[in-house]
Design a protein around this ligand. Structure first.
Ligand SMILES: NC(=O)c1ccc[n+]([C@@H]2O[C@H](COP(=O)([O-])OP(=O)(O)OC[C@H]3O[C@@H](n4cnc5c(N)ncnc54)[C@H](OP(=O)(O)O)[C@@H]3O)[C@@H](O)[C@H]2O)c1
Length: 251
């Protein structure tokens, strides 16, 4: 991971959902590449297992505006700058259409979409100062859905529209790039929490032309590229990283 050469100071990455899965793997990769890394999440124990070696944990519920604002101040106090914001925090509440209750709606939209907006808003001043970059995580389910995923799909569709609008605004106001990764199924806690996860993995594998589901490292390599200076003309993009699943029409 290389970055904008505006300063010799140590670059700083903020990773939401850094206590597990894609966020955890990305935080470790940023640290290995020499970044100072702030990881955000609700579970202190999960964050503590990732923290250390340049990674600092900040307990924060991204759906809570006041907590995000307070955390942003703490991150700036600790590190002094922000170069990369990766919004990987997310949840997948399943609900049949008629079961879309206010708590489930608040969970899906409040964390996946509003949480992403809270974090972008909180770190934009720092990102404008460093010509930094934002990477948001959507999902293939925003485009190709399944029963019970309407709230999740709506939240991720919102993330994509929001990110495109932000890319235009922040490209015009500064040189901040905003891109979206749209993963297929990745073997993380989120997938393993699904009912009949093993059967689901075995079944879904058939629709992945590459012949396997994703691993966090498959997403990290694209996060790394998007965070690098090599991606300097890439903004407002929604990039499918899904082993070809979104192109698969069945045999
Ligand atoms: N795995 C897949 O198949 C897949 C596919 C497409 C897209 N995605 C997306 O990829 C992203 C990462 O998911 P993952 O697969 O790595 O699952 P994961 O291991 O469950 O990671 C999700 C992370 O988000 C954090 N989080 C959840 N709610 C939060 C909140 N309110 N505030 C702060 N942090 C919160 C969780 O930590 P706490 O619970 O401790 O807060 C957890 O560390 C998500 O946006 C997900 O929607 C995943």
């Amino acid at each position: 991971m290389t970055g904008d050469a505006t300063s010799n100071a140590r670059r700083v990455a903020v990773v939401t959902g850094g206590g597990s899965g894609i966020g955890r793997a990305s935080a470790l990769a940023f640290a290995k590449a020499g970044y100072a890394v702030a990881i955000l999440g609700r579970r202190a124990d999960a964050l503590a297992k990732v923290a250390g070696g340049g990674i600092k944990a900040f307990q924060c519920d991204v759906s809570n505006h006041a907590q995000v604002q307070k955390t942003a101040r703490a991150v700036i106090a600790a590190f002094g700058r922000v170069d990369v914001l990766l919004n990987a925090a997310g949840v997948f509440p399943r609900a049949a259409a008629e079961d879309a209750s206010p708590p489930l709606i608040s969970e899906a939209i409040g964390i996946n979409l509003i949480g992403t907006i809270h974090c972008c808003a909180a770190f934009v001043p720092q990102l404008l100062a460093t010509n930094g970059t934002i990477v948001n995580i959507s999902s293939r389910l925003a485009h190709q859905t399944s029963a019970g995923s309407s709230l999740y799909a709506a939240s991720k569709g919102g993330v994509e529209s929001y990110s495109k609008a932000l890319a235009v605004e922040l490209g015009q106001r500064g040189k901040v790039r905003v891109n979206v990764i749209c993963p297929g199924l990745v073997e993380t806690e989120m997938l393993r929490r699904m009912p009949n996860a093993e059967a689901l993995i075995a079944d879904r594998r058939k629709s992945y032309p590459i012949g396997r589901l994703g691993q966090p490292a498959d997403i990290v390599s694209v996060v790394s590229f998007l965070a690098s200076a090599e991606a300097g003309w890439l903004t407002g993009a929604v990039i499918a990283v899904d082993g070809g699943a979104s192109s698969f029409g069945g045999n």
